[in-house]
Design a protein around this ligand. Structure first.
Ligand SMILES: Nc1ncnc2c1ncn2[C@@H]1O[C@H](COP(=O)(O)OP(=O)(O)OP(=O)(O)O)[C@@H](O)[C@H]1O
Ligand SMILES: [Mg+2]
Length: 244
């Protein structure tokens, strides 16, 4: 079943500082996403991977195109729905981790991870227990669980971010290079958690640079080049470089 139909999605940035020139982030990209699949987005730096995820999460307002989200009964255009709908979807349907770890609230790591579960109605003690299990599975040292992520290393923050996004098991999970700052062993733990924790119904769209990670986690690969769609292929046809 198709869960997302992306049709002619474009994002251009008006660069007033550059004399009103335009920078193209995404250029007329169309593809379908199947329910429950793990889709890896690949492409060179600057090819539009983050812009694509941000258009889906509506951090960016797309310049053109549609993103039809089919939730079984309704069809919502994520590219044009109003802000209230965006906020409601973010609460219980769509999860996101950004490439850069910019949001660092002054709350203990365990509560950062537990918060979305509490917002879903889980009792605080249960939510904190589940958060501890997630942090443990991601090899975050126990002495850090009650500390503020502001002082954490890049890789520790990245794992807190990932745990927070995974915790509520969103229907659609958008991950922008969620394992880029991790060493091979911790990265492996993160990949195993993605596989074991999420239900089959969760659709994941993830940006990855590491070919081994793509081959391990992905069902299909979307390759971007200069903002344009280069290919959408099953992972078996992806050789880590040029996809034709
Ligand atoms: N907020 C913005 N304002 C202006 N230009 C932007 C903005 N966001 C992205 N761009 C431009 O859009 C293009 C695509 O950027 P994007 O961040 O999507 O690339 P990426 O594939 O995620 O790269 P990387 O692998 O380095 O993270 C780049 O040329 C970038 O400079
Ligand atoms: Mg990026």
């Amino acid at each position: 079943m198709t869960v997302l139909s992306i049709e002619g999605l474009s994002k251009t940035f008006d660069m007033h500082v550059l004399g009103d020139t335009e920078v193209v982030g995404l250029d007329d990209v169309s593809f379908d996403v199947h329910e429950g699949e793990f889709l890896a987005i690949v492409g060179e730096s600057g090819s539009g991977k983050s812009s694509l995820l941000k258009c889906l999460y509506r951090t960016y307002d797309p310049t053109a195109g549609r993103v039809l989200y089919h939730d079984g009964t309704n069809e919502i255009d994520l590219a044009s729905c109003d802000d209230r709908t965006v906020m409601a979807l973010r609460e219980d349907t769509v999860g996101y981790t950004s490439q850069f770890l910019d949001e660092i609230p002054r709350v203990p790591a365990v509560d950062v991870v537990a918060r979305p579960l509490v917002e879903q109605g889980m009792a605080t003690a249960d939510a904190r227990e589940q958060a501890r299990e997630l942090l443990d599975a991601l090899h975050v040292p126990e002495e850090l669980w009650e500390a503020y992520p502001a002082t954490f290393s890049g890789g520790e923050r990245q794992r807190v971010n990932l745990a927070q996004a995974l915790a509520p098991k969103p229907d659609l999970l958008l991950l922008d290079e969620p394992t880029s700052a991790l060493d091979p062993e911790t990265r492996q733990a993160a990949i195993e958690l993605l596989d074991s924790y999420l239900d089959d119904e969760t659709t994941v769209i993830g940006v990855f640079h590491n070919t081994d990670v793509v081959e391990t986690v992905a069902d299909r690969v979307v390759a971007l080049d200069n903002g344009q769609l280069q290919a959408v292929v099953p992972v078996a046809e992806y050789d880590g470089g040029v996809v034709s």
